[in-house]
Design a protein around this ligand. Structure first.
Ligand SMILES: Nc1nc2c(ncn2[C@@H]2O[C@H](COP(=O)(O)OP(=O)(O)O)[C@@H](O)[C@H]2O)c(=O)[nH]1
Ligand SMILES: [Mg+2]
Length: 207
C-alpha cells in the first residue's frame, strides 16, 4: 500500500490591538510557556506547527502581527493570504473589544466570506479587572457569525481548545467525504515517525 503524505497547510493570521496577547497566545501554544516581559512584535513573523488530530494531520502556519500604526499597511496582504483570522481582544480592555469590529470588517473586506474567523477574549485571569463579560463576547460573535472562545495565555487556559476548534473548522473533511469511493486511495494521515511536533521557522521561507 502506498503511503501518501498529504499534509494540508493552512495560514492563520492573528489580529487585534497592541498588547491584547496575540504573541503570548502563540508562544503558549508553540512552547507552552508564558513570558511576562513585554516584547512588541516587530513587523510580522510566522511559526509553523503540525497538529496531529484524530482523523488527520494539519500544518498550521501562524502569522503574528503588530498592531502599531507603522506596520498596519502590511496587514491586508497577510489577511488576503490566510484562511483563518484569529481576532484577539483583552477582556480587561473594553476598547480592544470594541475595536474587534474594525478587524472583522477588514477581514471581510479582504476575504469576503471565504474565511474562518475566531473572536478570542484573552486575559481571563484578570478577574478583578474584567471589563467585557463572556456573554458580551458571545453575543458579538453570534451577531457577526464568527466563532468565539475566551483564553488566558498566562494561565494556559483554553489555548489548546482554541486551536482544536480552529482545526475542526478547517475545510478538508468535506472535500474528502465528497470524493467518489472509487477515486479514493489509502492515505496514511497518521505520522509514522514523530519525534517533534514543533517546527519553528521565521519569515522568509515559503514552506
Ligand atoms: N494577565 C495576563 N497578561 C497577559 C496575557 N496574555 C498576554 N499578557 C500580557 O500582556 C502584554 C502584551 O502581550 P503580547 O502577547 O505581547 O500582546 P500582543 O501585542 O497582542 O502580541 C504582555 O505584558 C503579556 O505578558 C494573559 O492571558 N493574562
Ligand atoms: Mg505581539
Amino acid at each position: 500500500m502506498a503511503v501518501v503524505s498529504a499534509l494540508a497547510k493552512y495560514k492563520l493570521v492573528f489580529l487585534g490591538d497592541q498588547s491584547v496577547g496575540k504573541t503570548s497566545i502563540i508562544t503558549r501554544f508553540m512552547y507552552d510557556k508564558f513570558d511576562t516581559t513585554y516584547q512588541a512584535t516587530i513587523g510580522i513573523d510566522f511559526l509553523s506547527k503540525t497538529m496531529y488530530l484524530e482523523d488527520r494531520t494539519v500544518r498550521l502556519q501562524l502569522w503574528d502581527t503588530a498592531g502599531q500604526e507603522r506596520f498596519r499597511s502590511l496587514i491586508p496582504s497577510y489577511i488576503r493570504d490566510s484562511s483563518v483570522a484569529v481576532i484577539v481582544y483583552d477582556v480587561a480592555n473594553r476598547q480592544s473589544f470594541l475595536n474587534t469590529s474594525k478587524w472583522i470588517e477588514e477581514v471581510h473586506t479582504e476575504r469576503g466570506s471565504d474565511v474562518i474567523i475566531v473572536l478570542v477574549g484573552n486575559k481571563t485571569d484578570l478577574v478583578d479587572k474584567r471589563q467585557v463579560s463572556i456573554e458580551e463576547g458571545e453575543a458579538k460573535a453570534r451577531e457577526v457569525g464568527v466563532m468565539f472562545i475566551e483564553t488566558s495565555a498566562k494561565a494556559g487556559f483554553n489555548i489548546k481548545p482554541l486551536f482544536r476548534k480552529i482545526a475542526a473548522a478547517l475545510p478538508g473533511m468535506e472535500t474528502l467525504s465528497s470524493t467518489k469511493q472509487e477515486d479514493m486511495v489509502d492515505v496514511n494521515l497518521k505520522p509514522t515517525v514523530n519525534t517533534s511536533q514543533t517546527e519553528q521557522q521565521s519569515g522568509g521561507c515559503s514552506c
